[in-house]
Design a protein around this ligand. Structure first.
Ligand SMILES: C[C@](O)(CO)[C@H](O)COP(=O)(O)O
Length: 225
């Protein structure tokens, strides 16, 4: 795992790749009509096989990822915009966050309808420090701090305009949609997400995700008890 050459979204948990766990939450959600996935071209065929095998019928578009996350999201948004009403609500998620749940999807959509946006956040529970060499230059007051995760949700026309504007202004590597839209002064509304909505970045994230998925699947097997 520590030196895995497989992209993390294809690691398996309970016999299913992480990305399938993630996509299945959207597939099963009654308010989701269609899904676009951005993926590096060398993994396209593999993903196509998974989509077929796991009957992820809402996956309508598989688009080429770009050289940055911003480019990948932009490529997907452009394809989505070719086929959907500009007022549609778009949730932008990470393939490596398989512990998303239906409630979080619903609350993102409701917030985007009511406030024009939704960024999933959790309250910071650790002290954040700014480095200086091997020391600490500054301690950031923790009280107003949150971390932003995904989904990050906007009306299609607004978020596409934001990504187009970023490119026009020479920005190609904005870390996420929250950063990009906030940078343009767009009002970004927080939706508090569960702490379990982990992004699989490190080996320990993978083990924690696997443990949570075991708990969830065991509970489902016992009818939710
Ligand atoms: C959106 C995000 O999950 C916020 O933490 C993150 O920016 C995803 O992008 P990354 O490439 O994994 O940093």
């Amino acid at each position: 795992m520590a030196h895995s050459s497989r992209p993390k979204q294809f690691l398996e948990i309970h016999g299913r790749p992480v990305i399938v766990h993630t996509l299945d939450i959207f597939e099963q959600h009654p308010e989701i009509d269609a899904i676009a996935v951005a993926i590096l071209p060398q993994f396209r065929e593999h993903l196509e096989r998974l989509v077929k095998r796991y009957e992820l019928d809402k996956v309508k578009w598989i688009v080429d990822g770009g050289s940055t996350g911003q480019e990948s999201r932009h490529n997907a948004l452009k394809v989505v915009a070719e086929h959907n009403d500009p007022d549609s609500i778009v949730l932008i998620h990470d393939g490596v966050r398989p512990l998303i749940d239906a409630d979080l999807v619903s609350r993102n959509i409701a917030s985007a309808r009511e406030f024009g946006s939704a960024v999933t956040c959790t309250k910071m529970t650790e002290t954040v420090v700014v480095e200086e060499g091997e020391g600490v230059k500054e301690v950031i007051p923790r009280d107003p701090l949150w971390t932003a995760q995904a989904p990050q949700t906007f009306p299609l026309k607004d978020v596409l305009a934001g990504y187009d504007r970023a490119v026009a202004e020479g920005e190609n590597d904005s870390i996420d949609t929250c950063t990009l839209m906030n940078g343009f002064g767009y009002d970004v509304h927080r939706v508090e997400g569960p702490r379990t909505n982990i992004k699989i970045t490190t080996a320990s994230d993978y083990y924690v995700c696997r443990t949570f998925l075991t708990l969830i699947e065991d509970r489902e097997a016992f009818g939710g008890e």
